[in-house]
Design a protein. Structure first.
Length: 295
């Protein structure tokens, strides 16, 4: 049995969470075009008949402006130690930039196999340029593998899994075969709400908005969930609520659909918004609002 830990790292929005969801064939990590969408280290546990691979989805690494962003960067860097394989992911449709080089310089000397994943090849029209890019990138670090793929289209994921297994040790399963992740169901439900906020408000809402489940009651037929949305300014609260509560209702409707698909049950969802000023500067609030690893 091939078993081990694999860390997925890269800039924001290169497709790390999409890759995790595609590999597990379930929506576990939320996705959006907003920097800082992934905050916690989410473990996704892949199982098949001859392997167990624990994927670590990390926050996107970028130049920090706030204390929150420094914390997210540290989380990502910490998870490149003590793993069996590092998947360094690049949005090849946008090209290899300074941000990618910054991350690579941080990890390339680690004594761990590093795979360069060139994501979004499905939208690269100039295939000759793609081949030239691969040729130029191969000498930047001692990559064990360079794999072009499309996380959203699930192209070449079978090749990726095969290569990962070749770099794992033979050992017993680390987790039970029916386990999917290290984070709680409550955490995942809160994240579904946060995803819809980011999706529906675009740049109007800073990524510091947080959500967590205050009540979760389940019976045989349905689940009752109450989610608190925390913001740091009253004007943000007004935006999320919307005129006559219209946007908050739409956020709840869309999040509920994801919840029902994940839980396989009818969901009754209640959401409300609270302003908590200046929380971003206090680390204790990072922990209270779900920024501590759920491990």
């Amino acid at each position: 049995m091939k078993c081990g830990f694999v860390s997925i790292v890269g800039r924001p929005n290169v497709g790390k969470s999409t890759l995790l969801n595609s590999l597990l064939e379930t929506k576990l990590a939320i996705t959006s075009n907003v920097s800082g969408t992934t905050r916690n280290i989410i473990q996704g546990i892949y199982n098949d008949k001859d392997s167990q691979i624990i994927f670590l989805d990390t926050p996107g690494i970028h130049k920090p402006i706030h204390k929150l962003e420094n914390l997210l960067n540290k989380k990502a860097y910490d998870k490149t130690d003590g793993v069996d394989v590092i998947l360094f992911m690049v949005d090849i449709a946008k090209g290899f930039g300074k941000g990618d080089k910054f991350i690579l310089d941080k990890i390339k000397d680690k004594d761990i196999p590093i795979f360069l994943l060139l994501n979004k090849v499905d939208i690269v029209k100039d295939k000759e340029k793609l081949l030239k890019d691969i040729d130029n990138l191969k000498d930047l670090a001692p990559f064990k593998e360079i794999i072009p793929l499309s996380a959203s289209k699930k192209n070449n994921l079978d090749v990726l899994l095969t290569c990962i297994k070749e770099n794992l040790d033979d050992t017993e399963r680390i987790y039970d075969e029916d386990e999917l992740t290290n984070v709680s169901t409550r955490f995942i439900m809160a994240e579904f709400v946060r995803e819809k906020i980011l999706e529906l408000t675009k740049d109007e809402i800073p990524h510091t908005v947080s959500c967590y489940v205050e009540n979760f009651k389940e019976d045989k037929e349905c689940v009752h969930i109450q989610v608190l949305i925390v913001v740091e300014r009253d004007n943000i609260k007004k935006i999320i609520i919307g005129k006559n509560g219209s946007l908050l209702k739409e956020i709840g409707t869309k999040a509920r659909l994801d919840m029902e698909k994940f839980l396989g049950k009818k969901v009754y969802l209640e959401t409300y918004v609270k302003t908590l000023k200046n929380w971003r500067d206090e680390e204790k609030y990072f922990l209270e609002l779900g920024l501590k690893d759920d491990e």
